[in-house]
Design a protein around this ligand. Sequence first.
Ligand code: ATP
Ligand code: MG
Length: 278
Amino acid sequence: MPRPIEIQTQRLEKNFGPNRVLRGVDLTIASGDLVAVVGGSGCGKTVLLETILGHYAPDGGRVLLADHDAPPGPDGCPPLADLAGLDDEGLDRIRLHWAVVFQRNALFTGSVFENLALWLRETKGLTDDQIRPIARRALDAVGFAGDDTILAKDRDDLSGGMAKRVAIARALAMDPLLMFYDEPTTGLDPAHAAQIHNLIRTTHDRRPAAPGVVAPTTVIVTHDKDLLRRLRPRVVMLHEGTVSFDGPYGQFAASESPIIRPYFDDAMPILHGRPTPG
Ligand SMILES: Nc1ncnc2c1ncn2[C@@H]1O[C@H](COP(=O)(O)OP(=O)(O)OP(=O)(O)O)[C@@H](O)[C@H]1O
Ligand SMILES: [Mg+2]
């Protein structure tokens, strides 16, 4: 059985008025991939993610998504559904297998417990008694072990770094097949950033890829060079609206390309990389 495709964009385009952000992005992400999407601030990383998630309609090209609940195709892989052809129910069914850590966290008003509980209640029908140990484990994993007050804390009382870790815990608690992280370490101190790097790795490796097994897939949008060094992912670089590099981290780091070098020479500005609580 070939490695099933999770996501494929074909000549994907997205404009905001005259601003042509995505100008033909071709990207294939297979089951089990650990992919980092990098590029200068404002190059369209978040827009690419949001378009894959169905929050923006493409202005050209297509987004294809694996439908894990449909009968497998002749090759044994989940069939691919065109995002444009999915109704709300179809998209919800596909999204059940995903969890997203948004750049600005997107926590709901209310307590940390409520933030972790809502999706578990709605999508998996769990009771609060069933949710509590899951929430606790997820919060422990992001560095809140021993903190008995965290579950009851209000979203508005979290610092930027705490909100980021709670957003990651909320995604982890869903035990998704596909994890998307948009800037998971921005605003964290180096110790918590290192903890998140390890967590991304262990979350990704929890069900190893094997023939016939759909393995966890991870897509990370990031400016964090320590993360790249630690995780050595497949790197996809966006530049001027298209994929300018797609290959292993080692090859990316060794590249002398005038597009890639500034990334390592800290010549790329980070404009809106700051997380906000909530
Ligand atoms: N909702 C929107 N309406 C209009 N323009 C938008 C919108 N969202 C993004 N843009 C524009 O699209 C371009 C790409 O933005 P995007 O947020 O994807 O950049 P990014 O690569 O994620 O940057 P960063 O690394 O700073 O997060 C920018 O020029 C931005 O101003
Ligand atoms: Mg962004």
